[in-house]
Design a protein around this ligand. Structure first.
Ligand SMILES: Nc1ccn([C@@H]2O[C@H](COP(=O)(O)OP(=O)(O)OP(=O)(O)O)[C@@H](O)[C@H]2O)c(=O)n1
Ligand SMILES: C[C@](O)(CO)[C@H](O)COP(=O)(O)O
Length: 230
């Protein structure tokens, strides 16, 4: 039985504006992608990591990740797609074809490079305990407004029933495979499972699992690392 983590890392990182794919941007000397992969393996419950790399940077991604797998584990690198959903689909197809005993599939953004290993383990344990789909979430601290195309407020949803969604998202492999057969694109993988009518369970996320999107996010991550002397 294998737990396989798919890592979409093929984004261009335009909002970060670093002039290179975000996955390869170094923080304290270590690329974000390498930090994300180390975190997955540090959970002690991930066997394979399948990385969807920027198509022009497959060799560079191989170089920074080749040595990260523990004994008994493996890292696989393939070219990603045009959208995040395409990258995940390509990685999922690889896993299902090449790792026949895949039982649990995680999908984890390279951009969430500082996710604590404990969050990874919580998600995997929940799937192994019988949940078909599990996502880490945080409560919403701000009031959220729904607006129309002109920017005029049309509603104020009750934030008590809203959650911020993180990764890794964990799935029974057969359920995620069914969800991806729909061919639909979504901003997270659980949304595709929701379309099947399959319940999606939530577990506690962590502030450190924030997605590095902008220069501000990178500055926050660097400050947190410096505080922890990492
Ligand atoms: N075609 C794509 C687009 C995104 N991703 C990955 O999906 C995750 C979440 O995407 P995001 O943080 O939005 O990254 P970018 O697409 O790189 O950001 P931007 O929109 O600023 O270019 C990232 O790990 C990113 O590398 C991917 O694998 N393939
Ligand atoms: C999957 C995700 O990280 C959950 O919050 C997020 O939806 C990715 O969004 P992006 O726009 O592709 O960065």
């Amino acid at each position: 039985m294998s737990v396989v983590a798919l890592v979409p890392a093929a984004g261009r990182g335009e909002r970060l504006g670093y002039g290179m794919p975000k996955a390869l941007v170094p923080v304290n000397g270590q690329p974000l992608l390498a930090r994300a992969v180390r975190g997955l393996f540090a959970s002690g419950c991930v066997h394979h990591v399948v990385i969807a790399a920027p198509p022009s940077d497959v060799d560079a991604v191989n170089t920074v990740t080749a040595s990260l797998a523990p004994v008994g584990g493996a890292v696989h690198v393939l070219p990603g797609g045009a959208e995040r959903t395409d990258s995940v689909r390509l990685a999922l197809e690889f896993a299902l074809a090449e790792i026949p005993d895949t039982r649990v599939v995680l999908v984890h953004d390279a951009a969430r490079a500082f996710t604590p290993p404990e969050v990874v383990k919580t998600v995997v344990d929940a799937v192994l305990s019988g949940a078909d789909a599990v996502i880490p979430v945080l409560p919403v601290a701000d009031t959220i407004k729904q607006v129309d195309q002109a920017g005029v407020v049309v509603a104020t949803p009750d934030r008590a029933v809203l959650r911020i969604v993180q990764t890794p998202q964990g799935f029974d492999a057969k359920v995620l495979a069914s969800a991806y057969r729909s061919g639909v694109t979504a901003t997270d993988d659980a949304a595709l499972v929701e379309l099947l009518g399959v319940p999606v369970t939530t577990v506690p996320g962590h502030p450190h699992a924030m997605k590095i999107t902008t220069p501000f996010d990178l500055a926050v991550a660097e400050a947190v690392l410096t505080g922890g002397n990492a």
